[in-house]
Design a protein around this ligand. Structure first.
Ligand SMILES: NC(=O)c1ccc[n+]([C@@H]2O[C@H](COP(=O)([O-])OP(=O)(O)OC[C@H]3O[C@@H](n4cnc5c(N)ncnc54)[C@H](O)[C@@H]3O)[C@@H](O)[C@H]2O)c1
Ligand SMILES: [Zn+2]
Length: 363
């Protein structure tokens, strides 16, 4: 599998995604995009910083004149404007200027916050993603969506900020908790379902090797997931249209994150949302009954939930209405036209959504 993927977004600068199993090539890759006079601020969360912060700072210090580290508190609750504001204060105190760079070292939460800081500090400074969760490797680190939650609204404030480089070191997955690995699998399965049926089949056939984290399989899985993301990001980087297909499972998923008070991870909620969306796709005759049940049941061996106890459907609908992606005209829903082909639908009714949520409700 190709371990260098070039992203060429329409109307934005191209950048490379490197898939490696060590930090060995990071210095050279960084030096190819930034000058040694640049200051580099690594933004990481406290878990990841403890594990990899020193190593990264030491690699970067060999090339750049100043390297700093900001540690973020954990959790979705801290993906907030307050955290962003603290980062601005630190950057100002450290005298960061227009030509300096932010490196996000962590999962999707850290990447979303650090990316938003990079997009807005002094109207935008250089940005690099070093994703450390499976989810951030396959999904959030490429594509340029950044942002934070605001009041009760998920990802409500944000900006597009394309990274100059994405450096994936798969060896860091060794310390990732199993639950977080599963969370990433939801986005991996999503990629296959919406765009690449043969990848989806490969995932099903390889579930044992994937669950045992066999290096070759993990690298191939990451590269093939990114290939799907690349397709949509290049065509429609600012999500005017078909990039929305990447939100398969997210319409209900985001509402469930809020509903469960973020006790269920992003990936777990995306898995549940994908089951709901696949159910509607079956009811609209795009999928057969067998296909729906296969899709639903395939989340299980990857450690993902397919039902939640005692769901209050009214509240989920209410949360869905407050999602920024749903216009006042109705719900924008991503369905499957078939396995390997997502589609945008604007004619999903509230009743259909209620039935779909009922499918993931066990009493
Ligand atoms: N911007 C996008 O395009 C996009 C896409 C998908 C998801 N997201 C966002 O991503 C977020 C979820 O990201 P996530 O699932 O990566 O969660 P996360 O960033 O919270 O990371 C999960 C946990 O794993 C820990 N961790 C990270 N890497 C580790 C490692 N290598 N070893 C040990 N522990 C490690 C973290 O400290 C954290 O506790 C959500 O906020 C979601 O909205 C954004
Ligand atoms: Zn997601």
């Amino acid at each position: 599998m190709d371990n260098l993927i070039e992203i060429n977004p329409k109307g934005a600068d191209p950048y490379n995604i490197l898939i490696r199993d060590s930090w060995n090539d990071l210095g050279v890759a960084m030096a190819s995009v930034f000058k040694p006079e640049c200051r580099i601020c690594v933004i990481s969360d406290i878990n990841v910083s403890k594990l990899y912060g020193d190593e990264l700072v030491s690699v970067l210090s060999k090339i750049f004149k100043q390297v700093d580290l900001i540690e973020l508190k954990l959790g979705e609750i801290n993906k907030s404007l307050e955290t962003v504001s603290e980062c601005y204060s630190r950057l100002i105190a450290l005298k960061y200027g227009r030509n300096d760079v932010i490196v996000a070292l962590g999962g999707g939460i850290c990447g979303d916050i650090a990316g938003f800081v990079a997009s807005s500090y002094m109207r935008g400074i250089g940005f690099v993603q070093v994703p450390t969760t499976l989810l951030s490797m396959v999904d959030s680190s490429s594509g340029g969506k950044t942002g934070v939650n605001f009041e009760d609204f998920k990802n409500m404030i944000g900006a597009f900020k394309m990274p100059r480089l994405v450096y994936i070191n798969t060896s860091v997955l060794k310390t990732l908790p199993e639950k977080e690995y599963s969370s990433g699998m939801a986005e991996v399965l999503k990629a296959g379902l919406i765009k690449d049926g043969s990848f989806y089949e490969w995932l099903i056939n390889s579930f044992q090797q994937i669950n045992e984290h066999e290096d070759e399989f993990v690298s191939e899985m990451i590269a093939r997931s990114i290939a799907v993301k690349k397709f949509y990001v290049e065509k429609d980087p600012y999500e005017k249209n078909e990039r929305a297909i990447l939100n398969f499972g997210h319409t209900v998923g985001h509402a469930l994150e809020k509903y469960t008070d973020f006790k269920y991870s992003h990936g777990e909620c995306v898995a549940l949302g994908s089951v709901a969306a696949a159910y509607i796709s079956w009811k609209k005759d795009y999928l057969t009954m067998e296909e729906f049940y296969e899709i639903r049941d395939m989340f299980v061996p990857f450690g993902l939930p397919i039902s939640l106890p005692d769901i209050n459907i009214d509240r989920i609908i209410e949360y869905m209405r407050s999602d920024k992606k749903n216009t006042s005209d109705g719900f924008k829903f991503i369905l499957l036209k078939k396995i390997g082909k997502g589609m945008i639908s604007t004619d999903v009714t509230e009743q259909e959504i209620r039935e779909a949520i009922d499918q993931i409700n066990y009493v």
